[in-house]
Every structure is written in C-alpha cells, then in structure tokens.
Write a protein that binds this ligand. Structure first.
Ligand SMILES: [Zn+2]
Length: 413
C-alpha cells in the first residue's frame, strides 16, 4: 500500500494494516480495506483477551470514520469471531473502533465532544448522523471513560439528588462529588434499590470514608445513607430548601389568582396582572427589571399577602447567600429569625414550610457549615443511558479531546 503513513493519519487509525483505499463515485465515499496488525488479532471484543478462532462471523463489516474533506469515509474489514472462555463466541476486538460500534474511535470522540458543546441540530448536520445514533455514541464513550478514569478513589463529601426527565415522568438518581464538583454516578430510578447499587459498587471501605452527604429531604435517601455510610453526616441541600420556598410562594400566588377570578373561570384584569407577576416573584431582587420591580410594588399595594410570601422566600434565600459567603454564624441566626417570622406569618403554605424547615434544621446547619450545594443540571435526552452518558461527559470531566489533537501544535490559520 503506497502512502500508508498518510492514510493512517488521515483515517486516524493505529495498529492497523491498510490494504487498499478506494473512492466509490456513486456514493461519493472513500472505503479503506483494513485489518488489525498481526499481534492484535484474535482477541475477544469484550474483554480483549486472546482467544481461539471460532468462525467467520457475518463476513465483511463497515465502520464509519471521520469525513475526509467533503466525502464520507468508511473502514471495511472481516469480522470473525473468537471463542472467549468467558464470553463465548464474540466478534474480535478491532483497534479502530469500540466493541459493537459502527463508528471509529475518532468518529465517536468527535460526536461526544460536539454533543457536550453544541446544539442537537449542529451535531446531526455536521456529522451526518441521526440523533439516536448520537445518544448511542455518547453512552458508549462515557461507559468507556468511566472504566478508564477512577473518580471514586477519594470521595469524602457527596451530594445525592433525583432529577426528572421525560417532562417529569421519569427520574434518575445522581451522585456528585462536592470536592471535585464532578457528577460521578447516575442511574434510572429513584428508590432505595437504585441508590444501594451505587454504594455496593463503591464498596464498604470507600463508603466508610465518606464524611458528608447532602440530599433533599427524601426519606429513602436518608435511610440508605444511614445504612451504608456509617461515618457520614447528612445535610439538607440549600437549593432544595429554597425550592420548597418557591413552591410555597407559588401556592400563595395561585390562591390569590383563583380568588381574583372569583371562581367563575373568567380572567379579570386583576388575575391577569397576578399571572404576569409570577416572573417578578421568581427572580432574585438584583436581577429584576424596572418593569418587574414595578409589578412587585403593585403587588405590595394590591395583594399584600402575596408580597409577604415573596419576602419570606427572599428571607430564606438570604440565609444561604450568607452561608455561601462564609458568614456561617450569621446564616444560622438568620435561619432562626426566619423560622420565628414564618411561624407567625399566618400564611398556611409558609407555616407548613416553617415546620418542614424546623424538622430539617440540623441538616440545614450541616449544609451551612460545609457549604454543600448540589450541582444542578439540565438534560434534553429521553433515553436514560444517553442522558447519563452526556451527564458524565459534560459534568463528570470525562469528555474526550477532539481526535488528532494529542500533538499540541500551535494553532495555524
Ligand atoms: Zn471475552
């Protein structure tokens, strides 16, 4: 094969013999016939161990590689099977692609890199793949990286959270490392069984090293943590506490809105204005536009109760702002004052919230002392494996570099 070195670099393959390269005019593609170098042949595709020959498998196979300029590139090779002592008849390992993948390493890595950084439509158009394929690639790149990079060695302070997907119909349980800030584990489901799988995988010794766990107030999380992490103290996540307050505020606003509609299902001027005020109520005071500030002022005059609920929510946020800036004692005092204020506020949603917060006061104090705050994230995938894969790549520090960037040349034009 002439120019073999050039073709190796162009196709981004290693430990591979390129037998021939052909340009297929009808499909506007380049097809390279390849095979693994002698020493790398006859290894199980799943475990990489040497294994005896089994059969020819399904004959020739193709793998999509990165485009060469403006044309698509494919690798083509035999895909015989070996008889692995552990896995039985399995297609051999190939140096240019992951097991069972239809794309090369370089192609996979570039898709993963783009999925983390750009839009869905940009990845699809640039790489000429379907979104489902992107999801499958993201899942396998993440699974691969998880095996190679150990992010579990020195876990001390972790956060456990449930996040919804499919518009709130399904849930993932996620675990973050508060010291590194990385997402380190995620799985479909939100129950004891799911969370136990994480601690089982972590192992008893590493579980014993965990000193702090933050979570929302969910009992199933508390139970499993108590059972598996003997040395950990639990904290209530500030994000969740403020979220509880936002929900209580929304309840108050909805009640006022319904009252303004007079229960007749008609929109009055008052109810419309209240509905519009929602955005002003949700934002942090320093982020309010002039128009939103005016709405708040209007609320103070026309719906003092809603306005008072807003002030209560803001008061709670201040507690955690103080904590974040290291004013721990002030934060605890502020929390104490907030509780007595809420107890006397005569707004049922906030009296309830006050009870809930009093019940979690110790956990909140732990949070204040240790500045635990769960990482927040948003996903757009419907397939949990793609979702988890993207989460681990984007938030777990596992995203591969773009292919061919190992040699750090200065950027040229
Ligand atoms: Zn095997």
């Amino acid at each position: 094969m002439r120019n073999a070195k050039v073709w190796h670099r162009l196709l981004g393959v290693e430990r591979t013999v390129i037998e021939a390269v052909e340009f297929v005019e009808e499909t506007d593609t380049v097809v390279a016939s390849v095979r693994p170098r002698q020493r790398g042949r006859q290894r199980c595709g799943r475990c990489g161990r040497r294994a005896p020959w089994y059969d020819r498998g399904e004959g020739r196979r193709r793998w999509r590689g990165l485009d060469l300029g403006v044309v698509q590139a494919w690798l083509e090779a035999d895909a015989p099977r070996v008889n692995c002592p552990e896995h039985g008849p399995t297609v051999i390992a190939v140096p240019w692609a992951r097991h069972n993948a239809g794309h090369t390493h370089a192609f996979d890595d570039q898709v993963a890199w783009l999925a983390v950084r750009t839009s869905k439509s940009a990845v699809q158009a640039l790489m000429r793949v379907a979104w489902r394929t992107v999801g499958a690639i993201v899942a396998r790149v993440a699974a691969d990286a998880r095996v190679r990079v150990d992010r579990w060695a020195d876990l001390r302070r972790i956060g456990i959270d449930e996040i919804s997907y499919k518009r709130g119909h399904k849930y993932l349980t996620v675990v973050v490392d508060h010291d590194s800030g990385y997402l380190i584990w995620a799985a479909p489901g939100r129950d004891k069984k799911t969370l136990r799988r994480f601690f089982t995988a972590l192992g008893a010794e590493r579980c014993a090293q965990i000193t702090h766990v933050s979570a929302d107030g969910a009992q199933w999380i508390a139970d499993v943590v108590a059972e598996r992490c003997p040395n950990a103290v639990r904290g209530a996540d500030p994000f969740h506490v403020v979220q509880w307050a936002t929900e209580a505020l929304d309840q108050v606003r909805r009640d006022a809105w319904n009252a303004a509609r007079g229960g007749k299902g008609q929109s009055t001027q008052q109810s419309k204005a209240l509905k519009k005020a929602r955005w002003a109520l949700w934002r942090n005071p320093q982020d309010l536009t002039q128009a939103q500030q005016a709405k708040l002022n209007w609320l103070a005059k026309t719906h003092p109760r809603v306005h008072r609920a807003w002030a209560l929510k803001e008061g709670l946020r201040v507690v955690f702002t103080l904590a974040r800036h290291g004013a721990k004692t002030e934060a605890k005092h502020a929390l104490q004052r907030w509780i007595s204020w809420a107890r006397r506020c005569r707004i049922p949603a906030f009296v309830d919230l006050q009870r809930r917060i009093t019940a979690h006061q110790e956990a909140i104090h732990i949070s204040i002392d240790h500045d635990l705050s769960n990482a927040r994230m948003a996903f757009g995938y419907a397939d949990p494996h793609a979702l988890i894969g993207l989460g681990l790549l984007a938030l777990g520090g596992l995203c591969p570099p773009l292919p061919g960037r190992r040699h750090q040349h200065a950027l040229t034009r």
